[in-house]
Design a protein around this ligand. Structure first.
Ligand code: CMP
Length: 220
């Protein structure tokens, strides 16, 4: 119509249809209401069965919605259960915090050979291994990490650069916690921060010991 492609008759027809519909619609609706009242007054049993049918329909819809909600809750509990089963570390925080973690984690997959972390890079996230395995490539050594382990915590805790390459050696499902979320979450859950820090400290000491051992082997 706005492009002027329609003939005059066509435009008139559309206009007439619109006017007719605007005029008739309220009348039809008012009429139907009256008709319904008349019918129900004449045959009251009809009103009962009409109301009951609607009531039954609503009840059925409600029970479907209820079942869907229950299923969602069940799935959610399963996710939380799986989280604490795979990462016993998270059993140290309450269920609200575990739920928050589920929201903060970004899923990421890696294939064998993928370098997830590169030595010397800035640390922007920490990784939790849901399934699969990676290897931490130390100077003369490799440390395997499997499902339930985490890595990438050192750079986040110290603000220093990445201390080693981490390479996937299997198909991995990882949960990624970004630096900002890590800082926020750990500041609110100091017991978790302490657990992660103590693991980082153990690893650092282990690396120093390995380095010393390698140096003494070289010297010998
Ligand atoms: P980050 O330095 O951020 O990046 C490399 C990661 O490798 C490091 O954090 C640790 O998570 C991990 N890593 C370093 N040394 C070891 C080790 N001895 N055992 C297990 N993981 C380690």
């Amino acid at each position: 119509i706005s492009l002027g492609l329609m003939s005059r008759e066509g435009q008139d027809l559309i206009l007439a249809g619109a006017i007719l519909s605007i005029t008739l619609n309220p009348l039809v609706f008012a009429g139907i209401e009256k008709l319904q009242k008349l019918v129900f007054a004449r045959w009251p049993r009809l009103e009962h069965s009409y109301g009951m049918a609607r009531h039954d329909h609503l009840c059925r819809e409600l029970s479907v919605i209820g079942a869907q909600r229950e299923e969602r809750n069940r799935q959610h509990h399963l996710e939380i259960e799986q989280l604490t089963e795979t990462f016993p570390l998270f059993a140290a925080v309450d269920e609200n915090a575990q739920e928050e973690l589920l929201l903060l984690f970004r899923p990421r997959s890696a294939s064998p050979g993928d370098r997830v972390i590169r030595t010397g890079d800035r640390g922007d996230s920490m990784y939790f291994i849901s399934s699969g395995a990676v290897e931490v490539k130390l100077e003369d050594d490799e440390v395997p990490l499997g499902a339930g382990s985490f890595f990438g915590e050192m750079a986040l805790l110290t603000g220093a650069r990445r201390t080693a390459d981490v390479v996937a050696v299997d198909f991995c499902q990882l949960l990624v916690l970004e630096r900002r979320d890590f800082n926020l979450f750990m500041s609110r859950h100091p017991q978790l921060r302490a657990a992660v820090s103590s693991m980082a400290q153990e690893r650092r000491e282990m690396n120093v010991m390995r380095q010393r051992r390698d140096q003494s082997l070289d010297a010998g």
